[in-house]
Design a protein around this ligand. Sequence first.
Ligand code: FAD
Length: 500
Amino acid sequence: MNQHAPRRVVIVGGGTAGWMAAAALSKLLKGAYGPVTLIESEEIGTVGVGEATVPPIRLFNHLLGIDENAFLQACQGSFKLGIEFDGWSGEGRRYLHPFGTYGASIDGVSFHQHWLSQRARGDTSELDDYCVAAVAARMGRFSRGDDEPRSVFSTFSYAFHFDAGLYARFLRERAEAQGVTRIEGKIASVQQNGQSGDVTGVRLEDGETVEGDFFIDCSGFRGLLIEGALKTGYEDWTHWLPCDRAVAVPCENGGAFTPYTRSTAREAGWQWRIPLQHRIGNGYVYSSRHISDDDAAATLMANLDGAAQADPRFLRFVTGRRKKLWNRNVVALGLASGFLEPLESTSIHLIQTAIIRLLSLLPLGDDDPVARAEYNRLSILEMEHIRDFIILHYFINGRSGPLWEACRAMAVPDSLHRKLDLFRTRGKVVRYDDELFAEASWVAVLLGQGIVPQGYEPMADARDPADVARRLAGMRGHIARVVERLPTHAAFIAEHCRAP
Ligand code: FAD
């Protein structure tokens, strides 16, 4: 027996967020909650810049029953083993943030602690030499890996680069086939209950009214329901994440077809390079207080690997989040919920985790303050953890220039200070709750940007150093040998997931 009265869910907006929500709700609820309707306006359009993701996107696709090769073909996708940060620790210096662990723990002690102990004894090997994802990325090679716990292929993960507009289209087909009703039209006004303030419906420009019980605001930066109607308020994080604009342009393929995203630090921000099958996505994320729009566009256009395929497109944003991600009977997803700049490719991930969280906390009855409070608590915690990780890149930068010097001088959140102090003194990383970026990610960025711990955990000295040195050499050699046998990134795509 169905214990809930059917509830009409209305999704406002059909960008990546809207169609991810529609595809997931229709697939996983199978109509058990109530009908799902999505409204979008082709005239308004979507953000849709070339996108990079993080490994959990694979779980989301799996949950939706999506075949990975078919998805990559449909979205012109490529593989991503991490991000290369160029110039963040000073001009000409590079490091990788790979999607994988370093080595294997020895006697229950994190691998990088042993590496630090060996360094103190004169070892000169790089930490990257112990990470399959890092070695493969540098060599332009790729394989999917496996789950066999004793295999070196189980020590890394991967994500994708893909065209987010094509992904939305791909998900739309599935969502409509799964019963979602799509309405094309521009929303002119939002209707609310005079007493409770709950949203009751939206009125389109052509006069049609779409009523609902529960609304998912995926309307992008404008936040049509969450802000426009409900005036939820916004927590501004620009004092920590000062970039507030981006200029984006796709270009023809040129340069290496890298299985990683590149982030190159520039005078007033940073430039992304995201290789897809049919083009390269590029953009300059910058602080408008430190460079003009014209100069940012000129910098971007002068630093492309192929001929530009369009005019540069400008986007404005304010880093931060809505004070509540779920207010009254409206949940905001995607850009409507807030924006952490794309430095660690986390926006689509936040959409995905929000959808999964919402699915388990959908309101039972007209109002569900318990579910709402928990949803808000968990969502805010998740965003703050990611926020701290992104701030870290700016705070410990090694560049000169007004933006970069100001970032080094900023007062960062206490939560970040605690992490930094622990790493500086003993190379220790504590993972809070279930935060997205685990130990290896923090170690990659901290060491990559020049924070060398003063010490390491005493347990790393418990084993005979000569024995540890032998093990390290063995791991290094093994990883180098197996990666050398992998196909190139281009060859892997040509064989398994080349777009028609
Ligand atoms: P949008 O794409 O803006 O969609 C909004 C939808 O609402 C549209 O369908 C629009 O038609 C509809 N709409 C709005 N108003 C109305 C109305 N009045 N009536 C009817 N419909 C309406 N994410 C990543 O994961 N990785 C990245 O590398 C990455 N890079 C990014 C770089 C930049 C510069 C920016 C700005 C974002 C980046 N993102 C990235 C974020 C990513 O692009 C978005 O999170 C994602 O595409 C979701 O967008 P959205 O669906 O929330 O909003």
